[in-house]
Design a protein around this ligand. Structure first.
Ligand code: ADP
Ligand code: ASP
Ligand code: MG
Length: 403
């Protein structure tokens, strides 16, 4: 059986924990499994490197950032390989480039173009355990090192599992599966034994960083058997992320996600005529700013208001891009003290009253909703950040997710 195993930052956060990961891998190998392990940088390492870069520049070149950040994963892949080797196992570490992870040229958030599995296949044929540095690849045209965006080791693992047609892709982290909400916010959260790709994708895209959203998208596309589980309690079965039709009992609401990394941009007195929204959002898209929720109010006297949200990281970029519209005498403000709470469940497709329950629950707690948006299986609400945890817990109670 071919297993792709991914170990996140906390799982390799200390030398002792790397040893612990080596023990997990050994058990599988002793059982005759073929192993490709993908590792993150030690926890905190990527943030530390970004801080180092910011000491010199508030806007370092993306290519240099990739050179810097990709080093974190290389350290852990070599250390884990050395640890296993010392215990008599044949191993080899590989950088993203050596593992054949070929990407586009979009530094710091590169997209995978192709995977050349030849090095990995050869090492597997030699019965080696392969330890791949996650989060990184090589640009198809410039041959420079690229990274896949924050949390990108999940994507490295899923993409490799897909390319190698692995039997399973297990993402080891510090929680033993996918819970109805972040167990750090709501200790009563319940672990799910299964969740559909679509629900997981909505949760991940709405702030549940337990899996990177692009990795879930890729898992769905390539039909990868994806499992989320803990390296601290490897004996505990995790959560299977699978096709909706494989799930017997569909919950109306499966989970609640919280995204604190959102900023609300308000534009007031925007001229109400065709083409204005298009020019604003085209400008933002051209600057690679990921606009999330958008609301435009009904126009009055030829003027309208426009509200939208952006990721916190894009604030400076957004401010400079929006300057050109400020000249058109629109008033623009930025509200950083907001967050987004989302309720996700495939059962919403066929049940009514899910949204009204969310609104009344927040109302009972005196929480004002600034923006609402819905999709077939998700309701998202922008509220003041100080109510974030209260909102998550009271919604968790309202939908009886602890039952
Ligand atoms: P890693 O470093 O292993 O990639 P992450 O920190 O990226 O781990 O993701 C694991 C964290 O995700 C958990 O510690 C948990 O707090 C958080 N999390 C958020 N939402 C959920 C959820 N619904 N179920 C489980 N964990 C969640
Ligand atoms: N080390 C990278 C990050 O912190 C990638 C990862 O851990 O998945 O974002
Ligand atoms: Mg992660």
């Amino acid at each position: 059986m071919l297993r792709v195993l991914k170990f996140g930052g906390t799982s390799v956060g200390t030398l002792q924990r790397i040893q612990n990961v080596a023990n997990i891998i050994k058990k599988y190998k002793d059982n005759e499994d073929s192993i490709v392990a993908v590792v993150s940088a030690m926890s905190g390492e990527t943030n530390k490197l970004i801080e180092y870069a910011n000491f010199f520049s508030s806007n370092p070149e993306a290519l240099e950032l990739d050179m810097l950040l990709s080093s974190g994963e290389r350290v852990t892949s070599a250390l884990l390989s050395i640890a296993l080797n010392e215990q008599g196992y044949k191993t080899t570490s590989m950088s993203g480039r050596e593992a054949g992870m070929i990407t586009d040229n979009n530094h710091t958030s590169a997209r995978i173009q192709n995977i050349d599995t030849s090095n990995i296949v050869k090492a597997l044929d030699d019965s080696k355990i392969i330890i791949v540095a996650g989060f990184q690849g090589v640009s198809i045209d410039t041959h420079r090192v690229t990274t896949l965006g924050r949390g990108g080791s999940d994507l490295s693992a899923v993409a490799l599992a897909g390319a190698l047609k692995a039997d399973i892709c297990e993402i080891y982290t510090d929680v033993d599966g996918i819970y109805t909400t972040d167990p750090r916010i709501e200790p009563k959260a319940k672990k799910l034994s299964q969740i559909s790709y679509d629900e997981m994708l909505e949760l991940a895209s709405s702030g549940a960083k337990v899996l990177q959203n692009r990795s879930v998208e890729m898992a769905k596309k390539l039909n990868v058997n994806l499992v989320s589980r803990s390296s601290f309690t490897p004996e505990v079965e995790g959560t299977l992320i699978t096709k909706e039709e494989n799930i017997m009992e569909k919950a109306i609401v499966s989970g609640i996600a919280l995204d604190r990394d959102q900023i609300r941009v308000g534009m007031y007195g925007v001229i109400d005529k065709p083409g204005i929204a298009s020019s604003i959002f085209t400008t933002l898209a051209d600057a690679n700013i990921n606009v999330d929720m958008i609301v435009q109010t009904v126009g009055l006297d030829g003027k309208t208001n426009l509200d939208f949200t952006i990721p916190t990281n894009d604030l400076d970029k957004t401010k400079s891009v929006m300057e050109q519209f400020q000249e058109d005498s629109y008033k623009i403000d930025y509200n950083e003290s907001i967050c987004k709470v989302s309720i996700v469940g495939v059962g919403m497709k066929s049940h009514t009253g899910v949204a009204s329950k969310a609104f009344s629950t927040l109302a009972q707690n005196n929480i004002n909703i600034r923006i609402i948006s819905t999709s077939e299986i998700k309701i998202s609400m922008i509220i003041e950040e100080k109510y974030a945890e209260l909102a998550v817990r009271s919604l968790h109670d309202a939908y009886e997710l602890d039952k």
